[in-house]
Design a binder for this molecule. Structure first.
Ligand SMILES: O=C(O)[C@H](CS(=O)(=O)O)OP(=O)(O)O
Ligand SMILES: [Mg+2]
Length: 231
C-alpha cells in the first residue's frame, strides 16, 4: 500500500487506484450534511457560470457554494454546513467552491474517487480499508489530496485518514480537531467583527458524525457527481 499526501487545488496528481479529496472547511462538510438531510446527488461545477447554465436547463437543481468564501447572488445555498436544512430532501445540488470542488475536478483520474471532510473521515477510511481488501492487486496506490493549498485543516484530516488506513501511524481525533480549529483558514470564523462567517460552521467541521454512507465521485454524462455510497 502506497499512500501519498498532496496539498493544493490545482494539482495533477499521479494516476492511482484511489484518490481521496479532503475539504474540511467547508465544502465536503457541507456535502456530508447535505446527504444527511436527504440530498440525492451533488454535481460539481468549475465556475458559477456553469452552475447557472445547468440550472437553466434543469430548474429544479439547487446551486450551492461560494466565491471568496461568501455565498453567490442567485445561488440557493452558501457554503455553510450550519445552514443546510431539511428542505433539500430528494434534491440535487450543484456545488461550486474554491478548494474542495476545484481539487476534485482535477483529481478524477483514479479507479475510485472519494471526497470527505473530517465529519466523515473515519467512515471513509474504514470503507477504503474494506475496498483495499477487495481489490485484487499487489501494490495499491492512493493519493490523498488536502484541497486548501496552505490550510492545515485539510492536511490534518489527510494524515488522520492515512493513519487509520496504515494503522501504525494513527493520529488521535483530538489532535486533528485542534489543528482544524487553529488552521489559519478557521480564524475568520472566530472574528467577532466578521459577520460573513458563522462560528457554528467550525463546530460542524470538527464533529465526527458516523453515518452509514461515504461520498464517492462518478463521472456521468460529462458531469462529475458526488454520489452517496451506502455501506
Ligand atoms: O468557503 C470556504 O470555506 C472555502 C473558501 S475560503 O477558504 O473561505 O475562502 O471554500 P472551500 O472550497 O470549501 O475550501
Ligand atoms: Mg476548504
Amino acid at each position: 500500500m502506497n499512500i501519498s499526501i498532496y496539498q493544493g487545488n490545482d494539482l495533477t496528481v499521479p494516476k492511482a487506484d484511489i484518490n481521496v479529496i479532503i475539504d474540511v472547511i467547508r465544502a465536503f462538510t457541507v456535502a456530508h450534511y447535505a446527504f444527511i438531510h436527504g440530498v440525492y446527488e451533488i454535481w460539481l461545477a468549475k465556475a458559477t457560470e456553469e452552475a447557472f447554465r445547468l440550472k437553466r436547463s434543469q430548474p429544479d437543481l439547487l446551486l450551492a457554494g461560494e466565491v471568496n468564501g461568501v455565498g453567490v447572488p442567485g445561488f440557493d445555498l452558501d457554503n455553510s454546513p450550519a445552514s443546510i436544512t431539511t428542505n433539500v430532501q430528494g434534491r440535487t445540488l450543484v456545488q461550486k467552491t474554491t478548494n474542495g470542488v476545484k481539487a476534485t475536478l482535477n483529481s478524477l483520474h483514479a479507479d475510485h474517487v472519494f471526497v470527505t471532510g473530517f465529519s466523515n473521515a473515519r467512515t471513509t477510511a474504514n470503507y477504503i480499508n474494506h475496498l483495499i481488501e477487495k481489490i485484487q492487486k499487489e501494490n495499491i496506490s492512493m493519493n490523498i489530496i488536502a484541497s486548501h493549498p496552505t490550510g492545515d485543516d485539510d492536511l490534518a484530516c489527510a494524515e488522520y485518514i492515512r493513519g487509520i488506513i496504515l494503522e501504525d501511524q494513527a493520529l488521535p481525533p483530538e489532535t486533528v480537531i485542534n489543528r482544524i480549529k487553529q488552521a489559519h483558514v478557521a480564524q475568520k470564523f472566530f472574528d467577532p467583527k466578521n459577520n460573513l462567517f458563522n462560528k457554528l460552521d467550525i463546530d460542524y467541521c470538527t464533529k465526527e458524525v458516523h453515518t452509514p454512507f461515504v461520498m464517492g465521485v462518478k463521472q456521468q454524462k460529462n458531469i462529475p457527481k458526488i454520489v452517496r455510497i451506502d455501506l
